[in-house]
Design a protein around this ligand. Structure first.
Ligand SMILES: O=c1ccn([C@H]2C[C@H](O)[C@@H](COP(=O)(O)OP(=O)(O)OP(=O)(O)O)O2)c(=O)[nH]1
Length: 144
């Protein structure tokens, strides 16, 4: 399917392989590099604006390499881009390492997945159907 995108960045459009990727990397659109101190977070602009069809969302997620090697992750992962949002896609990065991290212009900072979601309405009831699990959760079955 085709999705409208406005690219006001100095970067190319996000590259996407329809055959073998779910995610496409997004790049930072910066006038100058940003230095992120340990535990500091920042909203990184992408210069990208998209128009999703109703029933779709875009999810902004970390890149595993940045997370593993540099401790950089998307704080609100997965960030949700709503179908009716017309603003710039921003990426909230946090530095979970103990050294500074410098974000350069054009650097691939996260990945974005376009996903379908259900459109629902609530059926307001008093009782839910019983199950074997019931209200058990949060590790109630133990460790092994
Ligand atoms: O990582 C993100 C998360 C959100 N957004 C944009 C698109 C999204 O549609 C909008 C609102 O996001 P969300 O619903 O998560 O924010 P909120 O804190 O609930 O604010 P709002 O009151 O604006 O909905 O902000 C981004 O650009 N990047």
């Amino acid at each position: 399917m085709k999705i409208k995108i406005v690219n006001r960045s100095k970067n190319p459009l996000p590259a996407y392989s329809t055959t073998h990727s779910a995610g496409m990397d997004l790049r930072a659109n910066l006038d100058e590099p940003i230095r992120l101190k340990p535990l500091e977070r920042i909203l990184v602009p992408t210069g990208l604006f998209i128009e999703l069809p109703v029933g779709y969302e875009a999810q902004v997620r970390p890149r595993s390499g940045l997370a593993l090697k540099k401790g950089i992750t998307v704080l609100n992962s997965p960030g949700t881009i709503d179908a009716d949002y017309r603003g710039e896609i921003g990426v909230i990065l946090i530095n979970l390492s103990n050294v500074d991290f410098v974000i350069e212009h054009g650097e691939r900072i996260c990945q974005m997945v376009i996903a379908k979601h259900e459109t629902i309405s609530w059926q307001d009831v008093e009782i839910l159907e019983e199950t074997e699990r019931g209200a058990g959760g949060f590790g109630h079955t133990g460790k092994n």
